[in-house]
Design a binder for this molecule. Structure first.
Ligand SMILES: NC(=O)c1ccc[n+]([C@@H]2O[C@H](COP(=O)([O-])OP(=O)(O)OC[C@H]3O[C@@H](n4cnc5c(N)ncnc54)[C@H](OP(=O)(O)O)[C@@H]3O)[C@@H](O)[C@H]2O)c1
Length: 345
C-alpha cells in the first residue's frame, strides 16, 4: 500500500513540474521588453511558423512562413525588433555633436524622456555619448537598461578588421553592451563584418544588429549571405526623399525602418520646415513643422532620430504623441516627394 502511495505521489509531482515549466515558458514568451532575452537570432526570427509540422509523414511537411511586420506601440512609444528587444521609436541623432555640447545634448534628451541615442564610430563622439549615459545613470536620471544605444562601424579599415573595430566601439562607449550595431554602408567586406557582429551578439556584447544605407538591390544581394535578419535598416528619409518603394520592402521582411536626416539634414532644414504644406498642417494642430514631419514618419512606421543641440528643440522633438495626422494630411505630405537626396549615399 505504501509503495502504491509513493508511486502515485511521484507521478503527481512529475505532472506538476511539467505543468509549471509549461506555464513559465508561456509567461516568458508573453513578456517582451528591453530586458527580454532574444527569442531567436536567425533568419527564422522574422518568421512565424504558420502550421504545425506533421510528424506522421515520412517527408517533412512544408512550413508556411508568415513574416511579421513590426507594429509601433504609440502608448509605450516603442517597437519590438525581430531580435526580441524593444526599441524606442523616437530618439536623438548625434551626428556632428562633440565635446560638452554632445554630452549636454544627450543628457538633455535623457532628462526629457528620450531613450534612443544614435551614434557611429565615424561621428567621433562615442566617448562623449558613453560619458553622458554614465553620468545620467549615476545622477539617477536613468538606469543603463532604460536607454537604447545604436552605433555603427564604417567601411574601409573598420570593416577590414571588424572584430577590432567593434571592440573599439564597445570600449569607447564603455556602457557594458551596445543595444544595436549597424554596418554604416555597404562595403566589399560587409558580409564578413556582419558575421563578426553576429559573433558579438552570441557573446552578449551586442544585442541587435542591422544595416544603414542598404536599399532594395543591396538587401536582395546581401540577405541570402547571412544568417541573422537585420533588426533594423537606417536610411535617408524625409518628405523630399521618401523612399516609398524601399520602406514597405524592408518592413515586409520584418525589419524596422529608421530614417536619418528626418528634418532634411543641416543646410536643408530651412526649406523643409518652411514648406507651406507642412507649415499649414502644423498650424492646424498647433505644433511645429518639425513635429509634423516627425509624426508623419512615425505614422509611416519609420523610427525618427532628429539631431539637435538645442534643448528646446530636443524637448519639442519628443512631443509627438498628443496629436495625429489625418489620412488627408499624410497624403498631402506624401505628395511632397521629389526623390531629392540630401547626401551622396
Ligand atoms: N546612417 C547614416 O548614414 C546617417 C547619415 C546622416 C545622419 N544620420 C543620423 O541621423 C541623425 C539625424 O540627422 P541630422 O542630425 O544630420 O539631420 P536632421 O535631424 O535632419 O536635422 C538636424 C538639424 O535640424 C535642426 N533641428 C532639430 N530639431 C529642430 C526643431 N525642432 N526645430 C528647428 N530645427 C531643428 C538642428 O538644429 P539645432 O541643433 O539648432 O536644433 C540641426 O541643424 C544624425 O544625427 C545621425 O545620428 C545617419
Amino acid at each position: 500500500m505504501e509503495k502504491i502511495f509513493s508511486l502515485v505521489f511521484v507521478f503527481l509531482l512529475a505532472f506538476l513540474m511539467t505543468a509549471c515549466s509549461q506555464n513559465r515558458m508561456e509567461e516568458n514568451g508573453a513578456a517582451g521588453g528591453a530586458e527580454t532575452a532574444p527569442a531567436t537570432d536567425t533568419i527564422e526570427s522574422a518568421h512565424e511558423t504558420g502550421t504545425e509540422p506533421d510528424h506522421t509523414d515520412s517527408e517533412p511537411a512544408a512550413e508556411e512562413e508568415i513574416i511579421v511586420r513590426a507594429e509601433f506601440d504609440f502608448e509605450s512609444k516603442t517597437v519590438m525588433l525581430n531580435s526580441g528587444y524593444e526599441m524606442p521609436i523616437n530618439g536623438l541623432g548625434t551626428y556632428s555633436l562633440h565635446g560638452d555640447e554632445c554630452i549636454d545634448s544627450v543628457k538633455s534628451a535623457l532628462s526629457n524622456g528620450i531613450r534612443l541615442i544614435d551614434t557611429a564610430s565615424a561621428y567621433g563622439n562615442e566617448e562623449e555619448i558613453g560619458q553622458a549615459i554614465r553620468e545620467a545613470v549615476s545622477e539617477g536620471i536613468i538606469r543603463r537598461e532604460d536607454v537604447f544605444v545604436t552605433t555603427k562601424i564604417y567601411p574601409g579599415n573598420e570593416m577590414e578588421n571588424p572584430a577590432q573595430s567593434i571592440q573599439a566601439c564597445l570600449e569607447r562607449l564603455d556602457i557594458g553592451y551596445v543595444d544595436l550595431m549597424l554596418l554604416h554602408h555597404p562595403d566589399p567586406n560587409d558580409v564578413e563584418a556582419y558575421k563578426t557582429m553576429e559573433q558579438f551578439v552570441k557573446e552578449g556584447k551586442i544585442r541587435s544588429i542591422g544595416l544603414s544605407n542598404w536599399y532594395v538591390e543591396e538587401l536582395t544581394e546581401f540577405l541570402p549571405q547571412v544568417d541573422t535578419v537585420p533588426a533594423l535598416v537606417q536610411n535617408e528619409i524625409h518628405p523630399y526623399y521618401q523612399e516609398n518603394d524601399v520602406i514597405p520592402f524592408i518592413q515586409d521582411l520584418g525589419i524596422v525602418v529608421q530614417g536619418w536626416y528626418p528634418l532634411g539634414g543641416r543646410g536643408h532644414t530651412g526649406e523643409l520646415l518652411g514648406d507651406p504644406v507642412i507649415s499649414e498642417i502644423a498650424g492646424m494642430h498647433g505644433v511645429s513643422s518639425a513635429q509634423v514631419i516627425l509624426r508623419w514618419n512615425l505614422q509611416k512606421g519609420v523610427v525618427v532620430i532628429p539631431g539637435s543641440s538645442n534643448p528646446d528643440h530636443i524637448k519639442e522633438n519628443a512631443e509627438l504623441y498628443h496629436f495625429s495626422l489625418t489620412e488627408d494630411e499624410m497624403a498631402q505630405i506624401n505628395d511632397l516627394d521629389r526623390g531629392e537626396k540630401h547626401d551622396w549615399y
